[in-house]
Structures are given as C-alpha cells and as structure tokens.
Design a binder for this molecule. Structure first.
Ligand SMILES: *Cc1c(COP(=O)(O)O)cnc(C)c1O
Length: 467
C-alpha cells in the first residue's frame, strides 16, 4: 500500500483532524470488522468488493454488513445480561428501529434475541411485517394518534411508553372498548441531557418528550386507576451519541427517587433507561467499550437501589446506532472536483452522486464523517477535501473535512463508513434524486434488502402523470 509523504495541515484544517500517515487506511473503530482492501486496493466488505457492488447496483448505494449488525447486537445483549446478572437483575435489549428499519434488519436482531422499539404506526407495521412478536415490541412517540394506539392495543403490542396525559385517556378509552389490558411505562424527563462527552442537568428540561419528574407521580396515579392499564415502571432516554456513564448515572439517580416514591402505591417491576450509546464516526471518536458502559450504568442503578433499600427492577435498554451505525457504508461515485481558493489556501471540493438526500445528518446536525477511495488506493499526498453532494444547497455536505489522496479523480468510487444509522431513515427525494438501494453483504454474497427508487417511483404519486 503506498504511503504518502507526511504533509503539514493547512491552516483552515480543523484542529481535531490530523494529517493521516496513509490516506487509504481503514480505521478499525469506524469500519465494519470485515472491511479490508484486496490486492487491487479495492475495499471489500462482508467478502464483497465495493466496485463489484457498484457495477451491479449503481451508485449511490448503502451497503450493510449483516455479520456486523448481528455481532454488535449479540455483544450488547451479552454485555447487559452479564452486568445485570452480576447485580441481581435482568436486562432486555430493545433495538431502536428508528435507526434503520426494514424486514431484514428486524429478522437479524430478532434472531439475536432482541426486542424491537418503534415510534410510529409505520415503524410498527414494518416490525410486524418482519416477524416481530407484537408482545415483544415497545411503542414510543410523543404524539401517537388515537388510530396508532388502537392498532397497537389491537395487535397486542407488549409495552406502550406513555408520553402525555392525553395518551393515558386515549388508552383508557381504547382498552375499555376492546376489553384488553395494556402494559405501559411512563416516559419521564429527568432533566439530564447528555451530549457526547458532557451532560447538562437541569430541573426543567425544555423539550417535548415525556413527563417532567414533578408531574410523573400524578400521571402514574391516574394510570393505576384505569382498569385497562397495567403500570410497569418508568422510562427515560437522555440523548444520543453518548460516550460515558456519567449522564446515565445522574439520570438514574433522579429517576430512582421517583421510582422509590411510586413503590408506595404499588408494584414498579421495570425500569427502562433508553439508548444513545455512542459510536466512532471518525478516528478521533473513542466510545467506551459496551461492557464497561453496561457495568457502569447497571452498577449505578444497583447502588442507588441499595442505598434506598428497594429491589433492583428489571432493566431495559434501547440502543439503535450502536447496533447498525458502523455496519453501514455508503458508496458514491466521484463527479466534479473543484479547487476553491480561500484566503488561507485551496480547499478541494469533491462532489459525489448523492448527498443530503441519502445522508442528511451532516446538514442537519453538523455530524462528522470520514471517507476513503473505495475502488483503488491513491498514491499522492493527502489533500484536505470537503465531500459534497449534488443537491441545490450549499449546506449539502457529506463529509466536511477529510484527507483524501491528492490523485482522487472523477469516476473513482468513494466510501463513507458509519452510515448504517439514521441515514436511510432520514433520506428524502430532494431534487427528485431517487433513494439508493440497501444491499446486505455476508460471507462473500450480496442481496438487495430494500430496492433503490426508480424514476417511475418518483412519478408514482404525481396525479397528473399518465403513462
Ligand atoms: C432515538 C432513541 C433511541 C435510540 O438512540 P440511539 O442513539 O440510536 O441509541 C432509544 N430510545 C429512544 C426513546 C429514542 O428516542
């Protein structure tokens, strides 16, 4: 593999991104474990060369490494099981379907013994179509419609996570009408909001999800008074892409105060602490190993319960990106390349044949990604590049800052790793760009799990279109 001469970072380079020794390297924490380069320098995932996939399926293309999803699901399951067992309780894992949901993924996580979380009627239907047992589904959402709740109760959804007073009344009416008992958790807002390495702890969090802690006891009393509702416990989710245990500890301490108080009025068998476990998007992200995270969180809950003299409840967790994020790699073809003169130097704009329609996270959250030439290795010194899409928005950025080999050229394939979570679900048809296919790879074989959109799809809902 060619190694580039070490070059100095331009003055406009972000401080966090060092010039790599080799701008063709595949950083292990970011890529699926199966990723490597073959003798020709092509990137191979799940035993299949990305160039071959691009020839067959076109670009852009979202490749999902099935073994990576399954390995991560199993590792999470085991990490939380082991930690829970060590502290005298149990832990269930619900895969947060909103990160990436289709019937293949549902099947894979079910086979690893996970349950599924959904947050709309649409997600519920996909989970059921994928073979999920309704009884093992958790149903979230701050604005579930009466129709969605009715469908959930009817289908036998195991747990509905109640998010508002209106929802309690809707569920009271529905369960009375259909003569069923529905298990519910109450989502509370602990006032702790975790952001990657830090967390914010306030008395009143300014957001739409859940009940403020001060209002929760009254809501639980109301639930307990409804004959068709079975109160199972509290739920709290403090955010996403969290790296440490500190935010979870603080949140658990606050929620346990309420949990203890609720024990005076009846059973509180469960506690769900949500998801949000961080992953590596770039080489500088260093997530806590999941075993350490599981032990840290569950130990905090167990210690909190011991200090209050109450039993440790059955625990649940809801990871999404930690299961699918690093299993996805988006493959693009490089189109135009422009060297734009800045005051401080030259910035190279590398345009690809997708963009914010297949990965909205950079435009939406300023998310950081990395990129590598996929069809070959580059020979020239690394050049700081900005990978942009083909949309009519200057904010249409896929990778804001990345060193690519200086000989990157139109027609090259470019791969962006860690796109398995929140890319396909947030995709759009902006500029009438068809959504890319999802192709699963495993053991040297590839199969389409969600087909790409066609121009006919783009016109399918247009009432004025006649064939
Ligand atoms: C989004 C969400 C999750 C999953 O978050 P990840 O960062 O993907 O792990 C879990 N629970 C709830 C309630 C959520 O809203």
């Amino acid at each position: 593999m060619p190694r580039s001469v070490h070059s100095a970072a331009p003055s406009y380079a972000p401080a966090w991104l060092a010039v790599p020794d080799d701008a063709n390297d595949l950083v292990a924490s970011v890529w699926p474990a199966s990723a490597h380069r073959d003798e020709e320098g092509q990137i191979v995932i799940g035993g299949v060369a990305l160039g071959e996939l691009a020839r067959i399926h076109g670009t852009p293309l979202l490749v999902i490494d099935e073994a990576e999803v399954c390995t991560r699901a199993a590792r999470l399951r085991d990490a939380f099981r082991v930690a829970a067992h060590a502290h005298g309780t149990t832990a269930r894992i619900y895969y947060a379907g909103k990160a990436l949901l289709n019937t293949a993924i549902v099947r894979w996580v079910l086979d690893e013994g996970l349950n599924i979380d959904v947050c709309t009627g649409g997600e519920l239907e996909v989970a059921l179509a994928g073979g999920a047992d309704a009884g093992s589904i958790g149903f979230h959402g701050n604005n579930k419609s009466a129709a969605e709740l009715e469908r959930a109760v009817d289908a036998g959804v195991g747990t509905i996570i109640v998010d508002s007073e209106i929802e309690i009344e809707r569920l009271a009416a529905i369960t009375a009408r259909v003569g069923r008992t529905q298990r519910v958790l109450l989502r509370v807002n602990s006032g702790v909001h975790a952001e990657t390495h830090d967390f914010l702890a306030t008395a009143h969090e300014d957001q739409k999800f859940g009940f403020p802690l001060v209002d929760a006891a009254a809501a639980v009393a109301r639930i307990r008074a409804v004959p068709g509702l079975e109160f199972a416990g509290l739920h709290c989710h403090i955010g996403s892409q969290i790296f440490g245990v500190a935010g979870f500890r603080e949140s658990a301490a606050r929620v346990l105060d309420l949990h203890e108080q609720l024990l005076e009025g009846g059973d509180v068998p469960q506690l769900n602490l949500g998801g949000g476990f961080g992953i590596a998007y770039t080489r500088v992200d260093d997530p806590t190993p999941i075993e350490e995270l599981a032990e840290g969180i569950i130990a905090a809950v167990a210690e909190g319960c011991a200090a209050r003299g109450i039993p440790v409840p059955a625990l649940s967790f809801e990871p999404g990106r930690a299961i699918v994020g690093n299993a996805g790699v988006t493959v693009y073809e490089v189109g135009t390349i422009k060297d734009v003169a800045l005051e401080a130097g030259i910035r190279r704009y590398v345009s690809v044949d997708g963009g914010m329609s297949d990965n909205a996270r950079t435009a939406l959250y300023g998310a950081a990604y990395s990129a590598r030439l996929a069809s070959r290795t580059g020979a020239d010194e690394p050049v700081l590049a900005r990978v942009v899409g083909k949309h009519c928005e200057s904010g249409d950025i896929v990778v804001d800052h990345e060193y690519l080999p200086g000989d990157v050229t139109p027609g090259d394939l470019l791969a962006v790793p860690a796109t398995g979570a929140y890319c396909a679900p947030l995709s759009s048809n902006y500029n009438h760009v068809p959504r890319p296919p999802l192709v699963a790879v495993a053991d040297g074989a590839a199969r389409v799990i969600v087909r790409g959109e066609t121009i006919a799809d783009l016109l399918a809902r247009d009432a004025g279109f006649e064939r």
